[in-house]
Design a binder for this molecule. Structure first.
Ligand code: DLL
Length: 432
């Protein structure tokens, strides 16, 4: 079902007109209310009235995570804190976390955008939806929750964790949709199997995944294990949380809520715009928010944009699957590699499980990569020759497909710690 046909099926001319007027309002608003933006625009000699076309967005300053840190906690907000009805924050591995806030109107908008996104994925008022994202400062749990309620689905706010109980809830409440990170939902399949429950026999029919990068192959593995359809959904707290883009039933890119976000794809080094279809860094400007509107937020996420209307009837532009971030690219002896590329290779090999970690270290000033991957329990045996052969096969395939020389280490099933939220795939020991 198309939740908001007016905004999801607009002609490009109409949409761009709306985007421009919202961009002009947003820029005027932050210039007036947020000292950080006023200073950054003054430093570039740009006034709000200089924004006459959508392309003029390029005159505006960019915003980074560092700017959030420097203005911790509320320095980028455009309203007094009294007007906030919700605060979220990202955990932030280094330094202070990133704090974001919402007014009453922002909560309305967010709820509606998530309702739009879950409808795009195929959720209806007949569904029973188990949300296994963390509820708390992370935007995943609460973000999905209210939008799901708005479409009239029955929401089970199970939150992440207590995995055996999750399986019981699915059985007893008749869960039809799972919403969570791909790594955790994959883990739940293992937990079900260990309990003697075949995930394919549960009533779950659809999965909405997001919050972390995953390869297409990983989502396919989840589909196979659960016997469900998997859709990918993207968002980030600095801009909103979940609700920025999501896949429809054709799963040919994620529909962007373009009436709310102006998305640019830029070359991360030169800052020049990338043409449609060419991958670059996603940069997003808010068009319809009160408490916190970011101008040209550098997400570090890598994707490309497609402006062709989709077979589903929506005319909104689509983002290609986000398989990595500019800052999670590893450079191993000159070879650039994203964890998701290694994931794709591993998923093609029979005998290994989708649980893996990349350990980067330095020896004699040279970077070394060890790919640790668990052996599939059905394959695991003490026939060492067989395991050695498997290690060799994986090493060869990484070498031929990614030109990556890595040491492969097979691990026993269940030896890599399972995450309930975002999986940690890379352990970088180089500067320790
Ligand atoms: O992860 C918001 C979210 C929650 C989106 C639930 C979808 C579902 P943050 O914690 O701020 O917000 O993390 C944002 O996670 O910049 C990406 O690097 C990554 N990410 C989120 N969704 C996807 C996705 C939420 N579908 C950061 N594919 C982003 C790839 C994703 N990466």
């Amino acid at each position: 079902m198309i939740w908001d046909p007016k905004h999801e099926c607009m002609s490009r001319a109409e949409l761009e007109e709306l985007q421009l007027s919202r961009l002009q309002e947003t820029v005027a608003r932050v210039y007036e209310r947020v000292p950080f933006y006023r200073q950054a625009m003054d430093a570039r000699g740009v006034r709000p009235t200089d924004i006459r076309t959508l392309a003029d967005v390029r005159l505006l300053p960019m915003t980074t995570k560092e700017d959030f840190r420097k203005n911790y906690p509320f320095g980028l907000f455009a309203v007094p804190s009294k007007e906030l009805v919700r605060i979220h924050a990202s955990s932030g591995t280094t330094g202070k976390s990133t704090v974001v806030g919402y007014t009453k109107r922002d909560m309305e908008t967010w709820t509606d955008l998530v309702a739009r996104m879950v409808s795009t994925a195929g959720v209806t008022s007949d569904d029973v939806v188990q949300v296994v994202f963390g509820y708390g400062l992370f935007t995943g749990g609460f973000g999905l929750h209210y939008g799901l309620e708005r479409v009239g689905a029955t929401v089970i706010p199970a939150a992440a964790g207590k995995s055996r109980r999750q399986i019981m809830l699915m059985q007893d409440f008749g869960t039809t949709v799972l919403v969570g990170t791909p790594s955790y939902v994959l883990h739940l399949a293992e937990v079900a199997e260990a309990e003697g429950v075949n995930p394919q026999e549960l009533p779950v029919r659809l999965g909405l995944f997001g919050g972390e990068a995953s390869s297409r192959e990983m989502l396919q593995e989840i589909e196979r294990r659960w016997g469900i359809l998997a859709t990918d959904n993207y968002g980030l707290s600095e801009v909103l949380g979940p609700g920025i883009s999501g896949e429809c039933e054709y799963r040919d890119g994620q529909h962007i809520a373009e009436d709310n976000f102006l998305v640019e794809i830029i070359d991360p080094v030169t800052g020049e715009p990338c043409p449609p279809g060419v991958k670059g860094e996603v940069v997003i400007t808010n068009l319809n928010k009160e408490a916190l509107s970011v101008l040209r937020y550098r997400t570090h996420d890598i994707s490309s944009i497609n402006y062709e209307p989709c077979r589903c009837g929506r005319t909104t532009a689509r983002l290609s699957k986000i398989t990595g971030r500019t800052d999670d690219m590893l450079i191993i002896r000159g070879v650039n590699v994203f964890p998701s590329q290694v994931e794709s290779v591993l998923m093609e090999i029979e005998g290994v499980s989708p649980h893996y970690q990349l350990v980067v270290s330095k020896r004699n000033y040279l970077d070394e990569l060890e790919v640790r991957v668990e052996v599939d329990p059905n394959f695991f045996s003490d026939r060492y020759r067989c395991l050695e052969e498997l290690e060799e096969r994986i090493g060869d395939l990484l070498n031929t497909t990614l030109q990556l020389k890595a040491k492969v280490r097979l691990l026993e099933p269940n030896s890599i710690e399972r995450s309930e939220g975002k999986a940690q795939r890379v352990i970088d020991l180089r500067n320790k």
